[in-house]
Design a protein around this ligand. Structure first.
Ligand code: NCD
Length: 319
């Protein structure tokens, strides 16, 4: 039985505000453990976690693997090229096969939106979505919310600008929901071709409206968080922007734009960065940029989510 109100985390909105806060509070305890020389807890000893990644990934897959191992679970990694999907096996058959091996939790990354749901219908294990197509990436949003909350003490009332490839980004699908649930104000900033026609369709029930603009410079001085997205070259079908060079000039963060930000504003990016496109090298190396803090927090947040889904202690206490 999960200590959260859901058995699976396929989308950020599967969680309640209370669940989100419980995950973030629990992650804080795990982050402390991750700073110790011996970073291992017996919490998930005897549990089997499968990382099933059918799309490329460096940080998310490694982060889930490290998280499972730090909690003493048996972590098994499967990738596209080594799984029977390359022999034509359907996702349903793969799911039933893995289910027959009695695993406790599975993390899936897949190029098709909705794939994690298919696992929930064909397996008894808890399912975590590690990114499905252009749809959702809930653990990225949780680690981003963790980073913002630690930096500012609370997410409520902050002005968050999400810049770039909004329409192709699964990170936005989850992050915008989480920010609105926790009371932030969200502005999407992108060329008109990369802005959604109906931002309210992101499905945040009862949330405040999301503002959209194509003028980064006009809103920059108001923002507490400048969240930069990677242009999803692999998912873009036509040519929504004339060139990456022009995009970088209009929407990239450089020294001039950094000087116009609020003094305590931060820059975030889910990675991987297209260096010189969304961020110049100066913007990557500045202390304002919390990219590596996000990566570090990601391990603790994923430990928290696995721990809570597998039954953890609902008051957030960690052994
Ligand atoms: C993101 C993803 O894969 O959706 N990366 C990540 O998980 N850290 C963002 C991206 O690829 O741009």
């Amino acid at each position: 039985m999960s200590a959260l109100s859901c058995e699976h985390v396929l989308a950020l909105h599967d969680l309640t505000v209370q669940d989100i806060n419980l995950v973030l509070d629990t992650a804080r305890s795990f982050k402390e453990i991750n700073e110790r020389p011996i970073k291992k807890l017996p919490t998930l000893r005897g549990r089997t976690v499968i990382n099933f990644f059918l799309e490329s990934s460096t940080r998310t897959r490694t982060s889930f693997e490290i998280a499972a191992k730090r909690l003493s679970a048996d972590a098994v990694n499967m990738s596209g090229s080594t799984s029977a999907t390359v022999k034509g096996e359907s996702l349903v058959d793969t799911a039933q096969t893995l289910d027959a091996m009695d695993c406790d939790l599975i993390v899936i990354r897949h190029k098709y939106a909705g794939s994690p749901y298919i696992l929930t219908q064909n397996m008894r294990a808890h399912v975590i979505n590690g990114g499905d197509g252009k749809h959702q990436h809930p653990t990225q949003a949780l680690l981003d919310l963790y980073t913002i909350r630690e930096q500012f003490g609370s997410v409520e009332g902050l002005n968050v600008g999400i810049v770039g490839d909004i329409v192709h980004s699964r990170v936005v699908g989850s992050l915008a929901e989480g920010l609105i649930m926790l009371g932030a104000r969200v502005t999407f900033i992108a060329p008109p071709t990369l802005l959604p026609m109906a931002p309210e369709a992101l499905g945040v029930a009862g949330g405040t409206a999301i503002r959209c603009t194509s003028d980064l410079d006009a809103v920059l001085p108001e923002l507490d968080v400048l969240y930069m997205l990677r242009i999803q070259l692999e998912r873009i079908e036509k040519a929504p922007i004339p060139s990456l060079r022009e995009y970088a000039q209009l929407f990239g963060v450089n020294a001039v734009r950094m000087a116009r930000m609020k003094p305590d504003a931060i820059i975030m990016h889910p990675g991987p960065v297209n260096r010189g496109v969304e961020l110049t090298s100066e913007a990557i190396d500045t202390a304002k940029n919390l990219l590596l803090y996000q990566v570090n927090a990601g391990v603790a947040v994923r430990m928290a989510l696995m721990y809570l889904l597998l039954g953890g202690d609902a008051d957030g206490a960690v052994a």
